[in-house]
Design a protein around this ligand. Structure first.
Ligand code: UDX
Length: 456
């Protein structure tokens, strides 16, 4: 007998930073008796190392089944072909699932793939856009889409006013695409996220209300916004989901035992955790400065250097320092690491998932943003939520070793960093409450499910 209240087809953009939050959201829906099917590309499915999840997964095609994005000539070509082939294969999947005991009645899609709305309409399905980035960043792209924010600013130090956000920002804080004239087509794609948003039934944002009250209220006047984050497995927050032991779908294989065994031998709050996420690449010079900054800080460190970045480490770096003070791994179970009592700070690129994970697990940050939304997230971390410092780049765009050393010490041990450490603890508590029963995100998810039930 079918005991499900509704069936959601979840369509993430095929990237680690996109699939993670949508999977965690799916698990929350599933716990409220919504059937979930995640639709991802054949190639992405093939690259997954960790495929441990309780939700069902089906393959569609982006038109590049052998190499995915890397097979395409460029990003725009990829997005264009994905629209053609993706629309078609997604429709076939919906038809296939129509024969099951619980046909699909809703599509939750990543707005990088706005064509999913047309597919939903064609089948008369409820549709919800799922923004994986925060509300301030989404709001900024919205104003680019509306032509209110004109691009690129004439000078790098020009201030940008984002309606709905409390203060103006420097152009250097804006997402990198916004200030780089070469990225015109990417900005077009990001602005396109809003091109048919007036047709969707709901807009879900991977953030939580308490974190971005003002801007969420402002955007709620335009779109039916629901903040549903932090999208972190229940085991780290409210612990309400019983089938939530696993982390999920990973393109990289985490060196779990090695990391955790090592951390278990480190004193409380003593370790700097360093990671730049799944895509960001550092230049050779930056890598060397970072290595020396870590060494000179005299702190223990756990540094994730993906295998395609390893050759940039200074000669003998691992041999000289590994035993003494640090551990370098190619990928780690980040949430388990952030939760570990030995971690004293997170030196991060400020990808939105990493930022939200650190906030939710109470880890203060040293922000070293590189591109995309990361500079904006770093600004929020430093100036709005005050849970970290930002390591300043020099005129060549490099963060020097002295700056790295200074930032780490400030966040981890100095009096000047006390407020940051206290704020980090405060946000951890808030994050736990928002997903707990009756919290702002929990209520929003409940309302979303109620809507689905009404239409099914
Ligand atoms: C990308 C963009 O770079 C980012 O700016 C945007 O906000 C989302 O898409 P990515 O660079 O991968 O994402 O960073 P992030 O958003 O932080 O996502 C990385 C994810 O990988 C996190 O969920 C993190 O927990 C996980 N991770 C990272 C691991 O599980 N292990 C690691 O060793 C490193």
């Amino acid at each position: 007998m079918n005991t499900h209240k509704a069936h959601c087809l979840i369509l993430p953009f095929p990237g680690q930073g996109h699939i993670n939050p949508m999977l965690q959201f799916s698990k929350r829906l599933q716990s409220k008796r919504v059937k979930i099917t995640i639709a991802t590309t054949k190639h992405f499915l093939k690259t997954m190392q960790e495929l441990s999840t309780s939700v069902s997964i089906e393959a569609i095609s982006d038109g590049y089944d052998d190499g995915g994005f890397h097979q395409a000539e460029n990003f725009v070509a990829y997005i264009t072909r994905f629209k053609e082939v993706g629309s078609d294969t997604l429709s076939q999947l919906i038809k296939k699932l129509a024969n099951s005991d619980c046909p699909v009645n809703c599509i939750v899609y990543d707005p990088f793939l706005p064509w999913a709305v047309e597919v939903a309409k064609q089948f008369g399905l409820f549709s919800a856009a799922f923004f994986t980035q925060n509300c301030v960043v989404d709001n900024l792209y919205y104003h680019v889409h509306k032509g209110v924010i004109k691009l690129p600013p004439t000078q790098n130090d020009e201030e940008i006013l984002i309606p709905g956000f409390q203060s103006s920002i420097d152009a250097s804080d804006a997402p990198s695409f916004v200030i780089s004239p070469e990225a015109e087509r990417i900005v077009e794609m990001l602005a396109n996220q809003f091109s048919n948003l007036d047709k969707v039934d709901c807009v879900l944002i991977n953030s939580f209300y308490e974190l971005e009250k003002e801007v969420t209220d402002w955007m709620s006047k335009i779109y039916p916004i629901k903040t549903i984050g932090p999208t972190i497995p229940s085991m780290y927050l409210d612990k309400r989901l019983h089938d939530d032991k696993e982390y999920g779908l990973s393109v990289f294989k985490p060196m779990t035992n090695e990391c955790l065994n090592w951390l278990n031998h480190q004193p409380i709050n003593s370790v700097v955790y360093v990671s730049f996420g799944s895509i960001t690449k550092l230049g050779d010079e930056q890598m060397e400065e970072l290595a020396w900054g870590l060494k000179n800080s005299n702190k223990s460190f756990l540094w994730v250097v993906r295998s395609n970045e390893e050759s940039k480490l200074p000669n003998n770096f691992i041999e000289e320092l590994k035993v003494e003070k640090g551990l370098v791994v190619s990928w780690c179970p980040q949430l388990q690491v952030l939760e570990h009592e030995s971690i004293g700070c997170f030196l991060t690129h400020c990808g939105w998932n990493s930022t939200l994970e650190a906030i939710s697990l109470g880890v203060p940050m040293v922000a070293m943003p590189q591109w995309s939304d990361q500079p904006m997230n770093a600004k929020l971390v430093k100036d709005v939520w005050e849970v970290g410092v930002r390591a300043k780049q020099d005129e060549k765009g490099i963060v020097r070793r002295e700056v790295i050393e200074e930032c780490i010490k400030l966040v981890m041990e100095e009096d000047k960093g006390k407020l940051i450490r206290e704020n980090a603890k405060k946000w951890k508590e808030i994050a736990r409450n928002v997903v707990g029963e009756g919290g702002s995100s929990d209520k929003n998810i409940e309302e979303f499910v109620s809507k689905l039930v009404t239409i099914s």
